[in-house]
Structures are given as C-alpha cells and as structure tokens.
Design a protein around this ligand. Structure first.
Ligand code: SF4
Length: 341
C-alpha cells in the first residue's frame, strides 16, 4: 500500500511547492506582507468568491478608502457599510473595524504575531490567526477553510463528516502535521490553490494533480462528506415604492437587525400591501432563505410612516449603504421614474 501524505510529508510538501511555483496565481493579497491588508482579504473571502472580491474591485476599493488600520478604526458606520455594499454579511465589516480598533488600543496599531495575542483580538478565530501568521509574517500558522478541508479529506480518504466537531478536529490535526513550518506562506497558499483549482468540488482533475502519488481517495468526487444539509426556506418580502411627485422616495434605515445602518425600501406585512400593484420583483438568497422580494407601488396615497422612514432625494439615496437586492430594484425604479417624467 502506498504511504499517504502524512507518512511522506517532506516529499508531499516539495511536490506541492514545485507545482505552486509554476501555477500559483498572483492575487494582490499574496503580494503584500501588510497584516492589515491580509486581514481585509481574509475577512472578505470568508463568504464571498475570489472572482467577486477581485473582479468587482472590492479589495482595492476598500483599501483605497481605508488604507491603514487607523483609518478603518476611525470609520463611521455609513462610510464603512457603503464600502462593503454588495459583499453582504455586513456584520463582517463591523467586526473588522472592531479588530482594527483593538489593534490600535492594545498594540499601538501594529498587529501582534503571537497566536495568543492574535486570538485575543475581536473577530480573530483560529483560522484567521493562522492565516495572519502564515500570509503576513511567514510564521507557522495552520489554516483549514473549505478548500483545504476538501483536499485533506480526499488525500486521507476521510469519509466522516468534515463539518462536525470530530471531523474538524481530525482535519486540523492533519493540517498541522502536514504544514511546512519553514515555508508556511507558500505551503498554505499552495494547498488552498490546489483546492480552488484541481481538487475542486465535484469531479477533481486528478490526472494533472501534483500530489496524486500521495492521495488515498478512492472516489474523490464523493468527498468531502458533510452533515445533513440545512433546510432552505422560501419567504416573500413585501416592500413599498412611494414617491412624492417631486422625485423623492420613501426610504427606511434598519435598526436593531443584522442590517443595522443599511437603507432599503420600507417593508410591510403582506396583508397590508399585497393588494397593491407589483412594480419590481427580484429573487435572492441569504443564509438559509430564498427570498422573493416584491415591490408594490404605493403611489401618492401615503400610508402611515413607520419609525426610521424618511423622504429622500435620488442623489442622497445613491450615497447610502444599501443591501444589493434593494440597490438593484431601487436603481431600476429610479430609471423608470426618470423615463416617465
Ligand atoms: S489526486 Fe485528485 S483527489 Fe487527490 S488531491 Fe489530487 S486532485 Fe484531489
């Protein structure tokens, strides 16, 4: 029986590093050694695809607005959320600012390198601490994200769930053992890249894999195994498009929800407004919900305003931080309004 990657880890690392030297992608966060920039990239990439973060320019724009940790620490809610608009999961932006504030308050604006000090910062868990150590400081730091978990599960032919406590413990143990402590930046980048490219979800490209000789997967397309999937719930969201005849529209600022500080069209219960004509409809997914957003034309009849609702000019609306689905329908509705004038 061939020895696995753990038993031949020195050769495994060499094969992986050799492949990465020729095929590794040149992402901007791989060019920097600035812990702050690395942190921004890691937080953005936690729930957003690389193509979105890079292709739509989020990473560069965010760093242009907040070029250093002190600038982010001083950011107000509106600027911060506007910079994050379109990335979703806005809690990440606020937590990133909390981390920046703690780095300023506790470490004079310089990111610490020790694992314990990193883990004491708000928003920094095991994965992010490992990523900062490896990618910013080139110090030993283990990372297990979805890509790494898939590669490890296949390499070791692990058929248990990778997302329960036992599976996670096993993956982190393998990751720590396999990691090249002399070249952590290259090693961790290479494993992630392997998971993003050849050892991708579904059917992997084993024929061109640089570490196929160490891989024990019998049916790699069936790995990794996950616990039972979350049940997806379909919901309808009913919003109002109310304009006052002078071009102003009624907007609502969220408070006390996960979207606190973000603006959107006012929403109402279906029973209140579902009889009104629908002027826009959009479907989007968020966490375990599939949402059908229906925007009803309230015309000028003026329903009673709820707390947080304000009449705003289009120019002001353009500068407000807004969740992507609402940004899309509002843009379309303003366009229609202009065409009607
Ligand atoms: S041989 Fe195939 S399954 Fe194994 S690590 Fe390479 S790409 Fe993944």
């Amino acid at each position: 029986m061939k020895r696995d990657a753990i038993g031949r880890r020195v050769e495994f690392r060499e094969a992986l590093a050799g492949w990465f030297a020729g095929c590794g992608k040149d992402y901007p966060w791989r060019r920097t050694r600035d812990a702050y920039a690395v942190l921004v990239s890691e937080v953005m990439l936690q729930q957003t695809q690389i193509a979105t973060v890079l292709g739509k320019g989020y990473f560069g724009r965010f760093l242009a607005m907040f070029p250093e940790v002190a600038a982010l620490a001083a950011a107000d809610d509106e600027r911060l959320l506007k910079a994050w608009e379109g990335l979703g999961y806005y809690r990440r932006a606020r937590m990133l600012r909390e981390t920046a504030r703690a780095v300023i308050a506790r470490h004079g604006g310089i990111f610490p390198q020790e694992p314990d000090e990193l883990l004491e910062l708000p928003g920094i868990g095991r994965y992010t601490a490992g990523a900062l150590r490896a990618f910013a400081f080139d110090l030993p730091g283990t990372v297990v994200d979805g890509n790494v978990a898939r590669v490890l599960a296949r390499l070791m032919n692990f058929s248990g769930p990778v997302d329960d406590t036992k599976g996670q413990r096993q993956l982190w143990t393998w990751a720590e053992t396999l990691e090249d402590k002399l070249h952590p930046r290259v090693y961790n980048s290479a494993v992630m890249e392997l998971g993003q490219t050849l050892c991708r979800p579904g059917v992997p490209a084993c024929g061109t894999c640089p570490v196929a000789a160490f891989c024990r997967a019998k049916s790699p397309e069936r790995l990794p195994v996950k616990r039972q999937h979350t049940v997806i719930t379909a919901v309808d969201e009913h919003a109002l498009w109310l304009h006052d005849g002078c071009g102003r529209v009624l907007m609502h600022c969220e408070d006390g929800t996960r979207r606190t500080g973000l603006w959107k069209l006012p929403t109402r219960a279906a029973a209140e407004i579902s009889h009104l004509p629908v002027v826009a409809e959009l479907r989007y997914a968020i966490t375990r919900f599939r949402v059908r957003l229906r925007v009803h034309d309230g015309g000028l009849e003026g329903l009673p305003l709820a707390q947080g609702e304000t009449w705003l000019e289009p120019a002001a609306v353009a500068h407000l931080p807004m969740p992507s689905p609402f940004r899309k329908v509002v843009g379309k509705l303003f366009e229609n309004l202009t065409n009607q004038m």
